[in-house]
Write a protein that binds this ligand. Structure first.
Ligand code: FES
Ligand code: MG
Length: 589
């Protein structure tokens, strides 16, 4: 049995200095059948941060898995209290699911801090649930372990894999080109969601679940097991057992999510071909631990790392294939073999190091997870661009297509740079309204610019920077134009956009000054992005703006207003002003 005096739950349930309060704290938890023995004998109270609900289909299977987590906790001598978490469903939340990441974070911080919880299982899965829960665990800093809900099974249509999200971009192009009708569109998209679980592509969900494992916050192998597989239930049981041990060992998020762990995660993100949402989330989690992680780190540590994982959208396969080929441990094993994992000694949730967990793990199918000796691509990480359009914006250069390269990057005198005429859109509605209008004059020498789509502009930031060319260009076989913007892009889209621009146009960023018709120059070697407009003219334009920013639509809810007033740029992890100074609060107070 645990040393009772060390459990924070015992301050509520067994405080010898205050019998009266103990009785008051205790009695209500007995009313649904818990016993005094469970609450007072020194069994760790394990919270299960429940993100599964009818509102969150991606995470809904956690309701089932939680039964196995409970079994594991009880077998290891703990008691379970299930914690409802504010729901976040990526595909259904207006205006954006991203807006709710910080809301779920705040509410889980209050819950973990304010109630008698000794350790917590973080039920992660759908895009924003993973960072929200990791951020809360970081702030409160009680022992915590993450459990993925697991990806959906592979989607199939006419004998071909159809991946969640990715198929929508493809179907959209097919429809715009007149190849499928409305019903065909629906059928094709629905084929990509054959079971419970999170997106089966290497979108933000697979990325963030893989990175939660890369950070050491999950049991090895946990991220990639498909939701319906029996191993998913089994690892849920082991996760329940392990969190009880972690409480006894006092192994906390700050012991696991160190600067070294984040550096490992950046490298692993490049090797898996992770989403451009990852820097926003990991920079945010790091800030809540007092660790400075910047987009320069993403380029410096991650850019030169090769791509190993052949998953859609950049590749061919889906979640089941990823798991069968060995999942995250095989990727780490390959990196370790080449000496590319910067910190093999980083400690993970099972108490062992990365090297102990994954050393010698190899790909079980080198068409799905490539061998490090013959990677799928070199230099798969992000670059961090700067210039008069923004201070920082991310680009995944590894997804630049041959078509794109030939059209924009084939000048022998200047092979890394291109220029184009800016076409500026103020938000996604403006884009949808205008893009097919021939009078806008979009041609293959244009650069599409999306603004008003950042954290303040479109509260939370819209995934809209990957803009399709107008239908008349698609019909001519032009599938992608260069895109730049202060919004985000779904991880399920393979477009080589320049995105997450910080600061945004609604927060004093240079994008507020660009106008349709301006020349814009992008240099991928120097990592610059500039509008070729002289300073005097930029000054004139700035004077016409209020506070140097574009205007934004009214907030629709109280939280949107609070969020907009407090949010920091994507490059700062989209964290809330003032929130990151609260660290290690369960031990402090
Ligand atoms: Fe929920 Fe992709 S939409 S995981
Ligand atoms: Mg997404």
């Amino acid at each position: 049995m645990a040393d009772k005096s060390k459990l924070r739950s015992q301050k509520w349930f067994n405080n010898p200095d205050n019998q009266e309060m103990t009785a008051l704290y205790l009695e209500r938890y007995l009313n649904y059948g818990l016993t005094r023995e469970e609450l007072q004998s020194g069994k760790p109270i394990i919270g299960i941060a429940q993100t599964g609900s009818d509102l969150s289909p991606c995470n809904r299977h956690h309701i089932e898995l939680t039964k196995r987590v409970r079994d594991g906790v009880i077998a290891a001598g703990g008691t379970v209290i299930e914690i409802p978490v504010h729901p976040i469903q990526e595909t259904g939340k207006r205006p954006t699911a991203m807006l709710d990441r910080n809301l779920a974070y705040l509410s889980l911080v209050e819950t973990l801090f304010g109630y008698p919880i000794d350790g917590v299982v973080l039920n992660i899965g759908c895009d924003k649930t993973t960072p929200a829960l990791l951020m809360a665990a970081a702030t409160v800093n009680i022992p915590a372990i993450a459990l993925s809900v697991g990806p959906m099974l592979n989607g199939w249509f006419n004998g071909e894999r159809t991946g969640s999200g990715t198929i929508v971009w493809k179907a959209r192009e097919m429809q715009a080109a007149g190849k499928i009708d409305d019903d065909g569109f629906m059928d094709l998209v629905a084929s990509s969601t054959p079971s419970v679980g999170y997106c089966n592509t290497m979108g933000t969900a697979t990325t963030m679940n893989s990175l939660a494992e890369a950070l050491g916050m999950q049991l090895p192998g946990s991220a990639a097991i498909p939701a319906p597989y029996r191993e998913r239930g089994q690892i849920s049981y082991h996760t329940g057992q392990r969190i009880v041990e972690m409480v006894h060992e006092d192994l906390r998020p700050s012991d696991i999510m160190t600067r070294e762990a984040f550096e490992n995660a950046i490298v692993i993100n490049s090797a898996i071909g992770g989403s451009t949402n990852a820097p926003i989330h990991l920079n945010g989690v790091a800030k809540h631990l007092g660790i400075e992680l910047t987009n320069d780190d993403w380029q410096g540590i991650g850019h030169k790392v090769p791509l190993l994982v052949n998953l859609q959208p950049a590749g061919k396969y889906l979640g089941e294939d990823y798991h069968r080929a060995g999942g995250v441990p095989a990727v780490i094993g390959e990196l370790l073999r080449a000496g590319l994992l910067p910190h093999p000694d980083a400690v993970t949730a099972n108490g062992k190091t990365m090297a102990e967990n994954c050393g010698g793990m190899l790909s079980g199918n080198d068409d799905v997870i490539y061998s490090i000796d013959a990677p799928m691509l070199k230099d798969a990480g992000f670059i961090n661009l700067k210039g008069n359009l923004f201070d920082s914006a991310i680009m995944k250069t590894s997804v630049i297509s041959e078509e794109f390269r030939t059209r924009y990057l084939s000048d022998p005198d200047d092979p890394d740079a291109f220029e184009g005429r800016a076409i500026v859109f103020d938000g996604p509605e403006d884009f949808h309204h205008k893009i097919d209008d021939v009078s806008l004059g979009v041609d293959e020498h244009c650069i599409l610019i999306m603004r008003g789509a950042g954290p303040k502009g479109y509260p939370g930031g819209a995934e809209v920077v990957n803009m399709r060319p107008p239908s008349y260009l698609l019909k001519k076989g032009i599938h992608a134009l260069p895109c730049v913007g202060d919004g985000r892009q779904s991880g399920t889209s393979g477009s080589p956009s320049i995105l997450n621009a910080s600061p945004e146009a609604a927060d004093g960023g240079g994008l507020a000054l660009v106008q349709t018709g301006d020349r814009v120059r992008i240099d991928l070697r120097k990592c610059t992005a500039d509008m070729l407009v002289d300073d005097a003219e930029l000054k004139r334009r700035a004077e016409k703006l209020v506070n140097g920013s574009i205007e934004v639509p009214d907030s629709q809810t109280p939280w949107q207003e609070i969020f907009r007033a407090m949010v920091r740029p994507f490059s700062e992890g989209m964290t809330l002003e003032g929130a990151t100074k609260y660290q290690d609060i369960a031990r402090k107070y």
